[in-house]
Design a protein around this ligand. Structure first.
Ligand SMILES: [Zn+2]
Length: 322
């Protein structure tokens, strides 16, 4: 599971929905989109927990998953009794898309006030498998094979990384606040220098408001190249998978990839349709990524073995392993 917090946007993206009990509710409430690789239990059992936290809130949660995903979400929802929720004042809504991995998908909604029945099903197109196309971030997917079942891998591309110099903000006499999110969006939209922004805030019981041109506000920002992150788990080692992962993860700054088994257990890995640490490292090298975060170690490895798994990834990758 990977939780990506989008600074100044008060929102987060989630990759896979396994055991998320360690995630505090305030963080869960920020999740706007959850991208699921496949519905094996360890990747999807967190759905119930997330639903429980978000129920009763006015919020839309977008879920993406592989072929068959709409029915899987629907069956999870149908397993509960919803005779009271149509009276709720809020209308928590799940917007669920099952992807075919070929640039298209089916989307439907499940609303709290509609007792979570499947509604408004329609076809959607995702040219180049881009699922999220926003000024700040893009998320793309690729369809892989996990022992005869489809499994998705995802890549997130940040447009630019905008940091705020707090001291320069102070020099301008401006406070930290939610308005910085709008400022960041304006920068990412490439608004012209003379573009005006209204900054309003309360201080010492008084209301303040200023209108400032982007050129001036930019002096408080530090803009650097955006990061690319790829998330790959539960895939068999085969030529097709490897080629697709390498294409997806090419030049990523950070690759999250499963390293389920040691190379000495490669045969077992092949039977379970998981990558070995060495295979993960080889993919990372072929994709020319900046660094690797290995994940999803088999529970058969404990203690010292986990260090060995990381070392195996590092040896095959030849670069930095977290
Ligand atoms: Zn799996």
């Amino acid at each position: 599971m990977l939780f990506v917090d989008c600074m100044f946007e008060r929102r987060a993206l989630l990759f896979d929905l396994g055991d998320i009990r360690a995630l505090p509710p305030r963080k869960m409430m920020r999740i706007s989109h959850a991208f699921i690789t496949h519905a094996h239990m360890d990747h999807f059992m967190g759905f119930d927990w997330l639903l429980r936290i978000l129920l009763g809130r006015d919020k839309d949660l977008h879920l993406f998953g592989p072929p068959g995903f709409l029915a899987q979400v629907e069956h999870k929802l149908r397993a509960y009794t919803w005779n009271l929720v149509h009276n709720y004042a809020s209308d928590f809504t799940l917007r669920v898309t099952e992807l075919d991995g070929k640039g298209a998908g089916r989307r439907a909604s499940f609303r709290c006030q509609g007792e979570f029945r499947r509604e408004g099903e329609e076809s959607v197109a995702y040219p180049e498998n881009v699922l999220l196309r926003e000024p700040a971030v893009q998320v793309r997917c690729v369809l892989l094979d996990h022992g005869g079942i489809p499994c998705l891998a995802y890549a997130l591309q940040e447009q630019a990384h905008v940091n705020v110099w707090k001291n320069r903000l102070q020099e301008l006499g401006l406070p930290l606040g939610a308005w910085l999110r709008d400022l960041k969006q304006a920068v990412l939209r490439n608004e012209p220098e003379q573009w005006q922004m209204r900054v309003a805030w309360r201080e010492g019981g008084a209301q303040h408001e200023r209108l400032l041109p982007l050129s001036e506000l930019k002096s408080a920002l530090h803009i650097v190249r955006g990061q690319k992150i790829a998330y790959v788990t539960d895939v068999g080692w085969c030529e097709d998978n490897v080629a697709r992962i390498v294409e997806l993860a090419r030049n990523a700054d950070l690759l999250y990839i499963e390293a389920a088994f040691m190379e000495r257990d490669a045969e077992h890995g092949q039977r379970k349709f998981h990558l070995t640490a060495r295979q993960a490292g080889e993919i990372a090298r072929a994709a020319n990524v900046g660094c690797v975060m290995p994940l999803h170690f088999s529970p058969r490895y404990t203690g010292e073995d986990k260090t060995l798994l990381r070392a195996e990834v590092a040896a095959a990758f030849g670069g930095k392993v977290l």
